[in-house]
Design a protein around this ligand. Structure first.
Ligand SMILES: [Zn+2]
Length: 251
């Protein structure tokens, strides 16, 4: 029987039997794992307050006969980021990040870069002001780490340079960006400053970006591009996005 010991981010829990919870966690060493936390639904449980989604924890678990489900033995809370209930938009952005991790990250596949990315964005994700920037940052880097981020600096058809002075066009359900000549009629305009922000996202740290004064409409516009790219790149429709769009009310 193997022992698993790793830092982890709690992604989701489900009630299981009368007193237990099924826990889905993204661990640093083993990737996404599912486990049972026995007794965790009891009021006085040793897991109490440590299994909230987005908690950063140190987790110890045992592999049993059922390879798919580990038995969670110990959970130490390193930091609880929690879902930001006080701000509905920040809450929806956190839910979207959790949905992305649940839906697009394969089980049992460790990825230290993705784990570090999570630790990088979580502190700003619950902040009502910075959550939109944190969400853009996570999506662009998640696409990049998955090898799905198209060039944001060159037309994906002819290779012409795209940047602040040119802007670009995008088409629904197509990953790349296009220059004016290659846009082929229909297409959504991506303004130069949005491309410039995308370029900064891949070059700067999130706290550095958050210190700069970026117009909120530029952040929203890049979020819209990143959300489309995530749905096209991962070939999924994300439920949290429709709620987020209703709430943002501007697209
Ligand atoms: Zn072109």
């Amino acid at each position: 029987m193997g022992i698993l010991s790793s830092e982890a981010i709690i992604l989701r829990t489900y009630p299981l039997r009368e007193t237990d919870k099924l826990v889905v966690a993204y661990t640093r060493k083993y990737g996404k794992v599912r486990g049972v936390a026995r007794g965790s639904r009891r009021i006085r449980s040793r897991f109490s307050g440590r299994l909230e989604p987005l908690s950063w924890v140190e987790l110890v678990a045992f592999e049993g006969r059922n390879q798919e489900l580990v038995s969670i033995d110990k959970v130490e809370l390193l930091k609880g980021y929690g879902l930001a209930m006080q701000d509905y938009q920040a809450y929806l952005r956190s839910s979207y990040l959790l949905e992305l991790l649940m839906e697009t990250v394969p089980e049992h596949e460790a990825n230290d870069s993705l784990f570090r990315l999570l630790l990088h964005v979580l502190p700003l994700l619950g902040d009502s002001h910075d959550s939109r920037l944190a969400s853009v940052y996570f999506q662009i880097w998640h696409l990049k780490l998955a090898g799905l981020l198209p060039s944001l600096a060159a037309c994906s058809r002819c290779g012409a340079a795209l940047g602040r002075s040119t802007g670009a066009w995008r088409r629904l359900e197509v990953l790349g960006l296009f220059c004016q000549e290659c846009r082929q009629g229909a297409g959504h305009r991506v303004l130069g400053e949005v491309l410039e922000l995308a370029d900064q996202v891949v070059k700067k740290s999130l706290p550095d970006l958050a210190r700069g004064k970026i117009a909120s409409k530029t952040v929203s516009a890049l979020n819209a591009v990143a959300e489309e790219m995530a749905q096209t790149g991962f070939e999924r429709k994300f439920d949290s996005l429709s709620l987020l769009r209703q709430e943002s009310g501007n697209r």
